[in-house]
Design a protein around this ligand. Structure first.
Ligand code: CAA
Length: 259
């Protein structure tokens, strides 16, 4: 699928794939079609050897204002169960290359859940994060109660999920939800620069580093340490490990092969 309606796809710099949510009339509400396109584009970049990292962004007004309420409003429980909606979104978290979410404006409900499926979040000063599902009689369904709680802690997650507390970019930074806050006009450039830097690094090590960090959110410390150790040993079977350590000794830049 390359004929997208609700996203724009670009290659703004060497090694970087950019996906821009583009439903301006609906504050990028995450319709089934939009999310299918996001997953399709992300998987295509993941399979492309010329791409090393992805950026996912929205507009200045909204990263995304949540799942498409109008699309879901009349659905019954069995219809939702059989829709596979959440399962299809979750395919994004199986992308192996790093994804940077560049967030400006509203980042609400499923929008915040989508951002949290990414690996690094960068916020514009205008960003507003929230899980307002309680206002429409439901709860977060795409990871909000789980990922947000692990990231920001129970008390703030409870306030956000039970009582629609919205946090601004600085609060998100203090809570560990984002790694940096930038001026709105710099948001996409900073995300692309960061993605380009990561894309220039040893590709297998980057892929396994992402997997190892994400494992920390899914398992016990001892299992996570075992996993990390196994990946660390495994990397000694790559040409890039030999090249990286030899280049260090020879005081020159390494040339990565991705194997
Ligand atoms: N779904 C569908 N349409 C949406 C939408 C959503 N989540 N959010 C905004 N829109 C639409 C509005 O209906 C409006 O369309 P019309 O012009 O056709 O009426 C358009 O986008 C612009 O929105 P507003 O006029 O409301 O803009 P605003 O600046 O006054 O308010 C807002 C902005 C505070 C974000 C408000 O739009 C809002 O509260 N949106 C809903 C947020 C929400 O509840 N998100 C959670 C969704 S449920 C979910 O995500 C479940 C899950 O966990 C998977």
């Amino acid at each position: 699928m390359t004929d997208y309606h609700d996203i724009l796809v670009e290659r703004p710099a060497p090694g970087v794939g950019l996906i821009r949510l583009h439903r301006p009339d609906a504050l990028n509400a995450l319709s089934r079609r939009l999310m299918a396109e996001v997953v399709d584009a992300a998987q295509a970049f993941d399979a492309d050897p010329d791409i090393g990292a992805l950026v996912l962004t929205g507009s200045e007004r909204a990263f995304a204002a949540g799942a498409d309420i109008k699309e879901m409003a009349a659905a019954g429980a069995v219809e939702m169960l059989n829709s596979g909606m959440i399962e299809s979104w979750a395919r994004l978290s199986r992308v192996k290359k790093p994804i940077i979410a560049a967030v400006a404006g509203h980042c609400l409900g499923g929008g915040n859940e989508l951002a949290m499926m990414c690996d690094i979040l960068i916020a514009a000063e205008t960003a507003k994060f929230g899980q307002p599902e309680i206002n429409i009689g439901v709860i977060p369904g795409a990871g909000g109660t789980q990922r947000l709680t692990r990231i920001v802690g129970k008390s703030l997650a409870m306030e956000m999920i039970l009582n629609d507390r919205r946090i601004n970019a600085q609060e998100a930074l203090a809570a560990g939800l984002v790694s940096r806050v930038v001026a709105p006009e710099r948001l996409v450039d900073e995300a692309v620069e960061l993605a380009q830097q990561i894309a220039a690094r040893a590709p297998v090590a980057v892929q396994l580093a992402k997997a190892a960090v994400n494992k920390a959110y899914e398992t016990s410390l001892s299992e996570g340490l075992e996993y990390e150790k196994t990946l660390f040993y495994f990397l000694f079977g790559t040409e890039d490990q030999k090249e990286g350590m030899q280049a260090f000794a020879e005081k020159r830049a390494a040339v990565w092969q991705g194997r």
